[in-house]
Design a protein around this ligand. Structure first.
Ligand code: SF4
Length: 177
């Protein structure tokens, strides 16, 4: 890791910029994120800032299961983020599809599209759990800094984006015609 990358990671730990992507959530997870921004939880007091553009973000929070249509968009947003970047998969849906698991139009998890660093359990997770996930991500970023990169931990590389439609054999297995 170069000196400038080390400096950027140190600065990010002090004030991570976060962007949020709804990949097919029921919106309850998103409402909990909004609660984090309100005066009751007020994440800005910790230096956590919500950003509209992935090009300015250090951390991507993905809510919901990933629908096949959203998968290429999620990948594109992740690719637009500068390195070092981190991903939080939020809620039961982000982890394993949650209540949408097994439907023909959703993938198994966020991990199928982008590499995930931290999972947050719950349906939806509470704002304090979301804050805890951001803190955990910053701890991992600190460990990466100490190890000179993220190679010290096994992290699934981003594979090809799954197809927009399931394969015909998959559709039959799921009861399609
Ligand atoms: S985890 Fe629960 S609250 Fe969040 S998107 Fe899925 S169903 Fe909605």
């Amino acid at each position: 890791m170069s000196l400038s990358q080390r400096l950027a990671t140190w600065a990010r730990q002090k004030s991570p910029w976060v962007t949020i992507f709804n990949s097919g959530a029921c919106n309850a997870c998103d409402i909990e994120i909004i609660a984090c921004l309100t005066p009751r939880f007020d994440v800005e007091r910790f230096g956590i800032l919500a950003k509209g553009s992935p090009r300015h973000a250090d951390l991507l929070i993905v809510t919901g299961p990933v629908t096949r249509k959203q998968a290429p968009r999620l990948r594109r947003i992740w690719e637009q983020m500068p390195e070092p970047k981190y991903v939080i998969a939020m809620g039961a849906c982000g982890s394993r599809g949650g209540v949408f698991q097994g439907l023909y139009h959703v993938l198994n998890s966020v991990e199928d599209v982008v590499p995930v660093d931290v999972y947050v359990a719950g349906c939806p997770p509470r704002p304090d759990e979301i804050i805890n996930a951001v803190v955990e991500t910053l701890r991992i970023a600190g460990e990466d800094l100490k190890h000179g990169g993220r190679e010290w931990r096994t992290k699934k590389p981003a594979g090809p984006v799954p197809p927009t439609r399931p394969a015909p054999a998959e559709q039959k297995a799921e009861g399609g015609t």
